[in-house]
Design a protein around this ligand. Structure first.
Ligand SMILES: Cc1cc2nc3c(=O)[nH]c(=O)nc-3n(C[C@H](O)[C@H](O)[C@H](O)COP(=O)(O)OP(=O)(O)OC[C@H]3O[C@@H](n4cnc5c(N)ncnc54)[C@H](O)[C@@H]3O)c2cc1C
Length: 299
């Protein structure tokens, strides 16, 4: 059992933990096992044991880009804690664990007079997940300042890969299609007066406030098609305010689905299907999801 494999390691294992409280959409049934791993040995052991027992695994960061099924996840959901929350700043270099909050890191590097994360500062992301999807905003992407990534494979193998060897693009990297865990990250930032960086963080924060709804959501549901904005296409289809169950296409931003209370994953999926269909019918464009839809029966 997972508990046995982890007994001597730094990890906390619990069973049947509801995931709705751990996703920003506030949707999701229970994880069969929920494990907090505190160091890389425990992480490797967890991945090896899960594989040996045929249990699917799911890394959970801040849950801000996930649609978890109402039935929950029938395997091991794990969160990076302990060592994975450490940050070392040696200007202009920064080394941080995969569980570090992108916002906290943006503030810490601002204080150290290092520029590069201010445009990304409002993304409610863990560092590991941000790297996996190449998170970006206001014209910047995390890969612009990424030097190398520490990975742990589902076989428990550890390796460090230079960022230049990881194919990546808009909200996509070669890591997106794998279960490799980003356990640590090395960044190189740029010296700049701390006040100037702080001013940009404030500006970005203010812009974000007006742009997104206040109800629970997962940010942009679909990626922007090349040269276009998914939100604009969806708005032109007249979808703002459309509701299914407790889920609504936000009247504030047509590419955001909000949970008005009691929304299910099934409600969100049905809305997404409508959104896709409407854009396909009107513009002939196939929207691609930006959020990760966790499947009920993962392999
Ligand atoms: C209000 C709001 C605004 C947003 N704005 C933006 C924005 O401006 N730009 C943008 O790019 N995104 C944005 N997002 C989307 C989201 O914040 C990002 O995709 C973010 O990187 C997800 O981070 P997370 O830690 O919440 O990941 P989670 O949602 O927990 O996980 C997302 C995926 O990453 C995987 N994962 C988690 N941790 C790791 C790890 N250590 N190693 C490998 N894989 C891992 C998960 O298994 C899952 O597949 C927004 C979301 C919200 C709710």
């Amino acid at each position: 059992m997972i508990e046995k494999a982890l007994r001597s390691l730094r990890a906390i294992v619990r069973e049947n933990v509801p995931l709705s409280g751990r996703t920003t959409l506030r949707i999701g049934g229970p994880a069969r096992f929920f494990v907090e791993v505190h160091d890389v040995d425990a992480l490797a052991a967890l991945l090896i044991a899960s594989r040996a027992e045929g249990l699917p695994v799911l890394a959970l960061g801040k849950g801000s880009n996930l649609l978890v099924p109402d039935a929950g996840f029938p395997g091991v959901v794990f969160a990076l804690a302990g060592d994975f929350l450490a940050t070392r700043i040696e200007p202009p270099d920064v080394v941080a664990g995969g569980g570090v909050s992108l916002m906290s890191l943006a503030i810490a590097t601002q204080k150290a007079g290092l520029s590069g994360l201010e445009n990304l500062s409002g993304i409610p992301s863990s560092l590991g997940a941000a790297v996996r999807i190449n998170a970006g905003s206001y014209g910047s992407e995390i890969f612009e300042v990424l030097v190398a990534v520490d990975l742990v494979s589902t076989r428990g193998e550890r390796r460090t890969v230079p960022a230049s060897e990881i194919p990546h693009g808009y909200r996509w990297t070669a890591l997106s299609g794998t279960d490799d865990v980003v356990s640590g990250v090395a960044l190189r930032l740029f010296p700049k007066p701390a006040e100037q960086i702080a001013a940009r963080i404030e500006e970005v924060t203010a812009k974000r406030k007006g742009a997104l709804p206040k109800q629970p959501n997962a940010g942009s549901i679909f990626k922007n098609p090349p040269g276009l904005f998914a939100g604009k296409l969806l708005e032109e289809c007249g979808l703002k305010g459309r509701r299914i169950g407790g889920a609504e296409i936000s009247p504030v931003h047509a590419n955001v689905i909000v949970n008005l209370g009691g929304a299910t994953a099934a409600d969100v999926k049905r809305l997404m299907e409508e959104m896709k269909r409407a854009v396909k019918n009107r513009f002939g464009i196939e929207l691609q999801p930006e959020i990760r839809i966790v499947t009920e029966n993962p392999q």
